[in-house]
Design a protein around this ligand. Structure first.
Ligand SMILES: C[S@@+](CC[C@H](N)C(=O)[O-])C[C@H]1O[C@@H](n2cnc3c(N)ncnc32)[C@H](O)[C@@H]1O
Length: 238
């Protein structure tokens, strides 16, 4: 196993900032107010997928507010037209995100509670991008995906992150190839995309994902699932 590190050393963080290329990373390293916990390599990956949603009437939901620091980035990055919500189980977090004064909203509840998730999305008027940066517990991640992915708009994105926890046992409910982890769910999604061609049966079959997932993108610890109507495939003979 190769190592990973966490750092709060300002000198090292300044060096990491020089290695990032995207405007999202630039905001992350310059905006003050509220602690944010993000792996360095996520920043440019976010920009790769999110850039086309900027300065539009986007509806964005992040599961996991913590200290609110990421919302200091989401607002200037997405612009004033975006509706931006966060949810967290920790009661103080909603006030932290509201206190930023950026017109970002926090709601308190569990990502493992489908009724709560549906109520938040209803309040938002729908949702276009979800980032799951919440408990990172396998059952919670799956409940959130099962609940929120069907609510995503056509053209939306579902991002589940910190998926190294899928390999960690204990509270994370993880373990290498352990059924039910989000990494294993991801493998099921890949199979599901091919249900046009073979009788794929897995725990996600009821979601009919081959009809609504044109692509899934897999990065270190982060999966991005695209949502859009998929037509039955046609092979051209010409
Ligand atoms: C990694 S932190 C979020 C970091 C934040 N997104 C950021 O970028 O700085 C995870 C957060 O998930 C919250 N959380 C834990 N269990 C949860 C649950 N069941 N539902 C919603 N949030 C939960 C924790 O209270 C914590 O604030």
């Amino acid at each position: 196993m190769d190592g990973f590190r966490k750092t709060s050393d300002p000198v090292e963080i300044a060096q990491l900032a020089t290695k990032s290329k995207s405007p999202l990373a630039e905001l992350y390293f310059t905006k003050a107010g509220g602690i944010s916990l993000k792996w360095h390599h996520y920043l440019d990956i976010y920009h790769r997928y999110f850039t086309s949603y900027r300065n539009k009437p986007l509806r964005f939901l992040e599961i996991g507010i913590f200290d609110g620091g990421s919302f200091n980035v989401w607002r200037p990055y997405f612009g004033e037209q975006a509706t931006i919500y966060g949810i967290d189980i920790e009661p103080t977090s909603a006030a932290k995100v509201e206190a930023l004064g950026l017109n970002c909203h926090g709601r308190i509840g569990s990502q493992a509670d489908p009724d709560f998730l549906r109520a938040v999305v209803a309040e938002m008027g729908g949702v276009d991008i979800v980032i799951d940066d919440g408990s990172h517990v396998a059952e919670h991640q799956l409940t959130s995906f099962r609940t929120l992915f069907p609510l995503l708009s056509d053209g939306g994105l579902y991002v589940c992150e910190d998926l190294h926890t899928s390999y960690w046992e204990g509270d994370w409910q993880g373990g290498y190839k352990r059924p039910g982890t989000f990494i294993e769910v991801t493998k099921d999604i890949i199979d599901s995309l091919h249900a046009w061609y073979a009788p794929i049966k897995n725990d996600l079959s009821d979601m009919q994902l081959h009809r609504s997932v044109p692509a899934i993108h897999i990065h270190d610890s982060m999966v991005v699932v695209e949502k859009a109507a998929v037509e039955p495939p046609v092979m051209i003979i010409r």
